[in-house]
Each structure stands twice: as C-alpha cells, then as structure tokens.
Design a protein around this ligand. Sequence first.
Ligand code: PGA
Length: 255
Amino acid sequence: MGYNRHKRCLIAGNWKMNGLLEDAEQFIGEMVANPAPESVEVAIMAPFTLLHPMKGPLDKQGIRLGAQNVYFEAKGAFTGSISAMMLRDIGCHYAIIGHSERRHIMGESDEQIKAKLHAAWAAGLDPILCIGEQLSEREDGSTNAVLETQLQVLKGAMADAPLTVAYEPVWAIGTGLTPTLEQVTETHAFIHDVLKGLGKPSRVLYGGSANAGNAHELLSCEGVNGLLVGGASLSAASFSKIIEAAGKVAREVKA
Ligand code: PGA
C-alpha cells in the first residue's frame, strides 16, 4: 500500500528557479481543465516572485502554495532574505527546507536547517524537510546512517508541529535515475522508523526524477505518501498525469 490511510497523499511541484509570470498564467490555465481528485492534495512550490500572483488562482483550484526556502531570522537587517512570517503573510501553506541544492550548492548546514524548521513552525508554515544521500553514500552502504543524521534536526521538535519529509536521493534529482522500487520501499520504511523513534511520525514523500511514467509505481510502494516533483511539475500536462496516477493509487488502495 502506497499510503497512510489517514492522510491524503501529497503531490508537490518544486519549480526551483524557473517560471516567469506568463508561464505561471499558462500553467494555471491548463490546470483548470484537470481538477485533482478529492483523494490527492496538490501544492506548488513556486519561486518567491510568483508566490503572490499565483496565490489567488491556485486557491480557486484548491491547490496549496509553498515556498522553496525560508530565512531563519524573523526580520531585520538581512538584505535579500525572506522570512517565514513574510511567506505566511502572503498565503503560503508549505515551505521546502533543506533541499539538496541548498545543502550542496549554497552550503546549508544541518544547524541552519534546524533553525529554518523552527522559524517555519513559529510562523505557522508547514515545512517539507528534504533529506537524501549522495551516490557515493548509496554505493558505500551509508545511506541509512546519512538519513538518520539528517533527521536529527527534528530532535526537540514539538510532537504536534506539522511536518512532511521528502526523501530525495541526491543522485536521482534531475538525472532521470531513480532507485529501484525495492530501495524506495526499504528506505521509506527506515525513515518512517526513525521518525517514529524521534516522536515525529510524518508523511514521507519520494522525490528525484519522478514523472508521469513512474509516478504510479513509486506511489504504490509501501510508505510512499506522495511525491516531490521537480522538472515534471513545470508542464501542466505532465504534472496533471502525475496527479491522475496518485488518484488511481488511492482508488486501488481503497478497493
Ligand atoms: P526532479 O527534482 O524531479 O527534477 O528530479 C526533484 C526535486 O529536486 O525536488
């Protein structure tokens, strides 16, 4: 069973640093034609510049809005930064925290990621914490140790603070490569166990080259509670097919 029966599965699109106003308008126009089934929650993590213009139109379609990052301070002299409170203020529901591109390109540390999580909670945002191993770590058998270390940022978190975790193997992001379904199932089971041990049982999404072709099999894996989709979320046509696949898995689970 690909999902936790108590919560709807989440299909979240991460647009990264892509999208101009006209792209957002076109995307929203095309999404209207394919409303998501009740069983699937949909969200778009848009670049900061598109959050405000997309909020109203996405609301009308029941699609939640999210940011891709937050700064950990609440306000002040931090030129160029955006606080969690500012994002909540313009209607964001989610915020991605600790995406691998921020960890590896911008050098974000676990300590900063922990501070960002707490800033998100304090502002009333629902964080999506990204974790994942690099290829060398998968190959030398240290995947679980790496993930467990990354999850330690949750130590001391309030038991009822909202949380979604996204397991995104670094080597699968934007590469067209995905782990085997067995690896996905095993790794999600491990993450769910660690989360329970930390007193933070949560929804765990899979991310990394998820697309319309593999969404159904990925979502059918035990312990996969949704997808964080990068490249394939930029086109409404492929994103809608992924949502459709999630709806199909939900029907299969019920049957
Ligand atoms: P991808 O990106 O789907 O393009 O691999 C996923 C992500 O980075 O969230």
